[in-house]
Design a protein around this ligand. Structure first.
Ligand code: AMP
Length: 361
């Protein structure tokens, strides 16, 4: 089976690493000449709106999927005329727009921070009057890793905030005094069968994911599965979906969804029976889903900007390194390590050992 992937970054690369043993071949469409997934399949170097090359992709493959969600809606609509596309256009349309996604959560009875659509400074002023401060102003589309957002604490920070984010459509959200951030990764097959990985605790550094730890018997697992299940059914979703929540007052508030494999799920490559990457491919290909069970304790640490000395990292017990083959650049995700252990205290020691090598205090 030949799989077309829109985007050729590390998520595409890890999809290919998971799918190749299943006999799958990959074609990536990405304008970047050095797209790192290109080493693992054919690389069509073209813009996401280049219809001639989209047509070429559709003709070559059995189905198309995505490794990022900021794909123009027209690209999805165009491809869908010629080839099955998963997840479907509607899921992408909603997930790429923070206002549409929060509105969906609200319709489905999933708690969210209070939020308002903001199209001008006057609407921002009105929203602040209703929601109060502190609050977070975010661009509706194209924000990631803390980019395209601004924390508003004082009235004077509100004054020029709309222009500072580029005078584009935004959403204002109440600031959530969360005790933790968790994500739930789910997979839903073509036949509607759904499986969930264990809830994952996430810690960020300057807005970028630093550490993900898979939990064991988390008290909010069932609640998170209920919320995510509502979204999956509503969208008749096919593939892996990641749902990020704030943990607050013993419950969950929805932050956002990603209609794709997710950085917080990279530990599943070595830490779960079947990885998020393989399960995404199984789902979109109409194959039986794999077990989402965890193999002991597991965590993932991102390598940001550079990869620490390989020999020293892999000398740490049960530490598995993934190098994305990307040029090193400040703030860029260039690799990660998965850690596995029989118990939590050993896992914590392994995490500290890797953090020491990557220079994080
Ligand atoms: P996002 O791009 O929406 O995932 O936001 C990036 C990070 O900013 C989150 O992981 C949180 O740490 C923080 N953040 C975003 N929205 C809020 C909010 N409404 N309240 C508090 N912190 C937030």
């Amino acid at each position: 089976m030949k799989i077309g992937v829109i985007g050729g970054g590390q998520l595409g690369r890890m999809l290919a690493l998971a799918g190749t043993p299943l006999g799958m071949d990959f074609v990536f469409l990405d304008p970047a000449p050095d797209a790192c997934a290109g080493a693992l399949g054919e690389h069509i170097r073209a813009d996401f709106s280049d219809q001639a090359h989209l047509r070429q992709l559709a003709e070559e493959v059995d189905l198309v999927t995505f490794e990022f969600e900021s794909v123009p809606a027209e690209t999805v609509a165009f491809l869908s005329q010629f080839v099955p596309v998963y997840p479907a256009a509607n899921a992408l349309r909603i997930a790429r727009d923070r206002w549409l996604e929060k509105s969906l959560f609200q319709t489905l009875g999933i708690p969210t921070p209070a939020f308002a659509d903001v199209q001008s400074q006057a609407e921002l002023d009105a929203a602040v009057a209703t929601i109060g401060l502190p609050a977070v102003l975010k661009t509706r589309t194209l924000g990631y890793d803390g980019k395209g957002q601004k924390l508003l604490r004082k009235a004077r920070e509100v004054r020029d905030a709309f222009a500072e984010l580029g005078s584009v459509p935004c959403i204002l959200e109440a600031f959530v005094p969360f005790s933790g951030e968790v994500s739930l990764i789910a997979v839903r097959g073509l036949d509607g069968e759904t499986r969930f990985y264990p809830l994952i605790h996430n810690s960020h550094d300057h807005g970028v994911l630093h550490l993900s730890v898979a939990s064991s018997a988390h008290p909010l697992q069932a609640l998170a599965e209920d919320y995510v299940g509502r979204v999956l059914s509503e969208l008749d979703y096919v593939g892996v979906l990641a749902f990020e929540f704030f943990e607050v007052d013993g419950g969950l508030k929805a932050n956002e969804i990603a209609p794709r494999v997710h950085n917080s799920g990279h530990w599943t490559i070595e830490g779960a029976e079947c990885s998020q990457f393989e399960n995404h491919l199984r789902a979109v290909a109409g194959l039986p889903l794999g077990s989402t069970a965890k193999l002991g304790e597991s965590a993932m640490l991102n390598f940001i900007g550079s990869v620490p000395p390989l020999a020293q990292v892999i000398a740490i017990q049960d530490c598995h390194v993934h190098h994305y083959g990307k040029a090193f650049k400040v703030g860029r995700k260039v690799g990660h390590a998965t850690l596995r252990s029989a118990n939590r205290s050993t896992l914590d020691r392994q995490i500290t050992a890797v953090e020491t090598l990557i220079g994080t205090d």
